[in-house]
Design a protein around this ligand. Sequence first.
Ligand code: HPA
Length: 234
Amino acid sequence: MPTPHISSNIEDIASTVLMPGDPLRAKFIADTFLKDVKLVNQVRNMFAYTGTYKGKKVTVMGSGMGMPSIGIYSYELFKFYNVERIIRIGSCGAYDKDLKLFDVILVSQAYSESSFAKTMGISNRHLLSASKSLNNRIKRAATKVNIPIREGVIHSSDVFYRLSHEAYKEIYEKHQTIAVEMESFALFANAKALNKKAACLLTVSDSLVNHEETTSEQREKAFTNMMEIALNSI
Ligand code: HPA
């Protein structure tokens, strides 16, 4: 049954969904890695593709940027499309000086100033965890495909552009957040609210420490390590 933001039939969405932020990255993953691909959502150009990877059915769908956007799509997938697990595959900015461009992070917990979990009515806490069992599957897949990952706490921020470049240091020091992105906290809140599983893999696209960054074309195409880990975990 269609929802306000997803027009798919229920049988066209797999029980596991991979969610990049960018809908064109979802298309890239479907074109590059999946067989028997079908485009199953085009509402607002938030493309979703369902296909198979090594014989297993999987859906890849864009989440958009920020907690409100992933909050809407992940809620509708969990609640109305019987999705059991969502793995976000996104980009992040490094807070930790030892992280290099294209390093892959597995999120253990997301810290956020966001009111998402409180407003939803599930928690007053500002730290939410990924699914341990899903993270264990992802770690086994990373070992299998021989790609190193760093596990850690990240910052889910509502703000991309800040007046002070140095402001990240306070959050880094206080909450031991190794990197920043803008979605995991809402995804983990929805999973907790609906008794589902969520995880998040991130590729470092820029560094707040040494001001390196990748291009938008690299962001679309070059994050294949993270995609292979996520696909091999399903
Ligand atoms: N801030 C927030 N989200 C991000 C960043 C950043 O610097 N880089 C990639 N996603």
